[in-house]
Write a protein that binds this ligand. Sequence first.
Ligand code: UD1
Length: 381
Amino acid sequence: MIRIVTIIGARPQIIKAAAISRTIRDFFTETIQEIIVHTGQHYDEKMSQVFIEQLQIPTPHYNLGIGSASHGIQTARMIEKIENVLLTEKPDFVILYGDTNSTLAGAVAGAKIHIPVAHVEAGLRSFNKLMPEEINRIVCDHCSTLLFSPTATGFHNLVREGFLPDTLPPYHINNPKIYHCGDVMYDNCLYFSDMAERNSQILQQYGLNPGKFILITIHRDSNTDQPQRLESIFRSLIRLTENTHLPVVLPIHPRTSKVLKSKLQLDPYKNLQHQPNILIIPPASFFDMILLEKNAALILTDSGGVQKEAYFYRKPCVILRAETEWKEIIETGAGALADANEEQILTKSIEYLKNPPRNFPPIFGDGLTAHFILNEIVATE
Ligand code: UD1
């Protein structure tokens, strides 16, 4: 029996880990035992528990209760507690997802005590080291033994950083193995899409008509913590809804919510209160988010995961960043970078509404990526 420790902590990791947990439960119970550790990075019910329930993840065996703090304090506390768990459990592998501080902490803790790290969503790069996530990705990849890249671009980024494309077993932190294997989030899209239709009432709840609203998410610190950028995004939203007469729906991340509450008396935020067509709603559950994505006419986002989900559901996506790790989405024409530039957001959005993209080639695998990853882990042991 192979024992793996899965580290989750932030909302996107809960989503990615679900595909692996489900595949273990359905196909690998004889060979793999999973121990789930939640760092507690995300702790609000709507950011964590509701995802664990809807995505059918077993209750975590450990909750480290770390919560919010500065990057240094948050990461250091996680490393200390994850190390304790790993020393107690002595797993054969630690599995990490994505690029958050929980990922970074798991990578450092595992690598330093010689527990092999498997990184799901390896190789992604924005080439912007001002993003905390970019530092987390680079460190995690270089602490890993098995690196599972969802895209061809991710695989090539690793080769450019010196990883060999064709190593032979036995794999080791000094002889890591890199794969281009598809995206576990696409596995989830196929698995949960119908279930979400049956379980979500979000369109009725907010009186939204399919194909007749715009969905937006904003949470990156580069947008929330720089007032000019956030103001510019909100000005563009006000103009977009006035121009198109379509409602704009914004499920709000706690970070963005805190910033907005402190600015409500300022331009352009005070105008928001006179905009019945801009619906700021609490963070959406997983099923509600799927329904919103599947039925939106257009999606605007600074999230990596939402960019991909837009693509899975064949929706145009205006990316509220200057660069993206998901280059393939831009190359197909299904996504466009608009940064936080008011004019660009407006122009690209209107272009997409007039001329929605039709070309969505399968760049995220075949929906069986979790299976592939677990087979490789079993074969490696
Ligand atoms: C984190 C990840 C980011 C990921 C995002 C998904 C890092 C560096 N960033 O960003 O890559 O895309 O999660 O959501 O790990 N907060 C709450 N309640 C919560 C969680 C957070 O109020 O349940 C507040 C915190 O007090 C903090 C802010 O939101 O002030 C940011 O939380 P944090 O987890 O540090 O970063 P995210 O912005 O969520």
